[in-house]
Design a protein around this ligand. Structure first.
Ligand code: ADP
Ligand code: MG
Length: 254
């Protein structure tokens, strides 16, 4: 028996290339330091896991098409005082993903909704989950294209296999009835199956106006918030930080 070539063969079969790279070096160390079998196995597997996390993670971050990369480390909680650091730290543990819940950020422009959505998305990607980011408007355009090709169901099913979709900027552009119907289809296809992070500059009560049909909106919001963490952000726009309060008048834009 040639153990090293067996390891090479087996690690290829398992698609675990780090195992082959580290097996013999760690075996030398194990012999020198008197590790038991379990400690050796754990050390080899840990190398494989961290290799996968850093490598696959960056690929998943790219594949998600975030408009910029933002992280929780660059979020200034002393500027944004309406949310607690612990709330966000808890979200970053990604229990919501495991539980197929949604996260909803509501608040005026510049309060950090997109930043936090991206940061949670990046975290999820780095932790091994597929993520896709787009604005509400872009999602609806994509679904419209699929629908015209007779492939709406197929597209919703494909998206359903992505555990986290980020839907940014609900409410910046009003939806026509067809767009609204596509958005509702997206939300209901994911209900209790896969997660959404949604952000909006409008409160739910104003959503009826964005989508037009108050009854359908109520049903959609119901599904969206049934299993959701809702984070309400307040305060001034970070974009206007240091530019003087009088720039935007008293309350800022809606
Ligand atoms: P919103 O989506 O709520 O309109 P963004 O998240 O896009 O706002 O924030 C606008 C800009 O300000 C972004 O560049 C973002 O990174 C930055 N920003 C917002 N809030 C903070 C914060 N508390 N700490 C650091 N940067 C922030
Ligand atoms: Mg935004």
């Amino acid at each position: 028996m040639r153990p090293s070539s067996d390891v090479a063969y087996l690690s290829r079969a398992l698609k675990a290339p780090r195992v082959r790279e580290v097996a013999s070096r760690l075996a030398d160390r194990a012999r020198e330091e008197g590790w038991d079998y379990e400690a050796y196995l754990a050390a080899v597997l840990a190398e494989e896991v961290s290799g996968r996390e850093s490598h696959g993670g960056e690929n998943r971050v790219k594949a998600a098409h975030f408009p910029q990369t933002k992280t929780l480390d660059d979020f200034d909680f002393s500027f944004q005082r309406s949310i607690k650091r612990q709330t966000v730290a808890h979200l970053a543990q990604l229990d919501f993903l495991a539980e197929r819940k949604n996260v909803i950020f509501l608040g005026p422009p510049g309060t950090g909704k997109t930043h936090l959505s991206i940061a949670l998305g990046v975290q999820a990607a780095r932790r091994g989950h597929r993520v896709a980011f787009a604005t509400a408007h872009e999602w609806v355009l994509k679904l419209g294209t699929a629908k015209r090709a007779g492939k709406l169901e197929e597209e919703l099913e494909r998206l359903g296999r992505i555990p986290l979709l980020v839907v940014d900027e609900v409410g910046y552009i009003p939806f026509d009835p067809e767009a609204a119907a596509l958005f509702f289809a997206l939300v209901s296809s994911r209900y209790e199956r896969s997660s959404l992070i949604v952000s909006s500059n409008k409160t739910f009560s104003a959503w009826a106006e964005i989508f037009g049909d108050p009854v359908a909106v109520a049903a959609m919001v119901d599904r969206l918030v049934h299993h959701a963490e809702i984070v309400v952000l307040r305060g001034d726009s970070y974009r206007l930080k240091g530019k003087g309060k009088d720039l935007m008048g008293s309350e800022g834009a809606a």
